[in-house]
Design a protein around this ligand. Sequence first.
Ligand code: FES
Length: 130
Amino acid sequence: MDIYPNDDFPTLERDGKTFVEICASEEVLRRKGTRVEFDEELQIAIFRIGERLFAVSNICPHQHNPSLHEGEISQQDCTITCPLHGWTYSLESGKSTSSSHSKVRTFEVFEEHGVVYLEQPEPIEPAWAM
Ligand code: FES
């Protein structure tokens, strides 16, 4: 499932952070990632393992590909494996278990009263603007 948040999506302030109301809890499935695309560069993949939700950047650092939401979820290791070349990332820390230098950003996500809330990510400065 793909979600494209815009300014009409309700938000919630908690602990000094803004969270966006993304979808209903039942829309985040157990064996499939949910892609949340704020814009082309700013995509987040949400995964459900057991009762927990995890949110990481959807952009695989290996070849900068927006593919992690289609990766293989390991419930046992709490990892996601990119479907393109098999790099694996911890859903808890974002660290790659395939390459010691690689890491995906992690984001806070929680559900309350049947609704999934995702930390509003800071906009990414495009490389051409730096
Ligand atoms: S793009 Fe993800 S492992 Fe190559």
